[in-house]
Design a protein. Structure first.
Length: 102
């Protein structure tokens, strides 16, 4: 079984080659292997957002905030993910949460 970094690097390589579906599959494999890998959830949220799969993207962006509840960037990224999916109130709520973190 490949380690987390190898899977992540492979997913990024696929993305850089324009093979977004392959990158998504590799990131999904990674989070299935290690659900606590916040960077992979974040990257997967971005990939899924770009692919128009907003519901799945939001799930991964929310997971990042669960894993890193004291990181304002996690909530900022969640806000952007909500915005791209058309969930404006949720986006505003996530941004408000980001502003409260010191």
């Amino acid at each position: 079984m490949p380690d987390n970094e190898a899977l992540y690097d492979e997913a990024i390589r696929l993305k850089d080659e324009g093979k977004v579906d392959g990158a998504i599959e590799k990131m999904q494999e990674l989070v299935a292997q290690d659900d606590t890998y916040a960077l992979a959830h974040s990257a997967l949220a971005k990939l899924l957002t770009d692919a128009g799969n907003h519901a799945e993207a939001i799930k991964h962006a929310v997971r990042v905030t669960e894993l890193e509840p004291n990181d304002p960037f996690s909530f900022t990224a969640l806000s952007v993910t909500y915005q791209r999916g058309g969930f404006i109130q949720e986006a505003e709520d996530a941004m408000a949460r980001a502003r409260t973190i010191q």
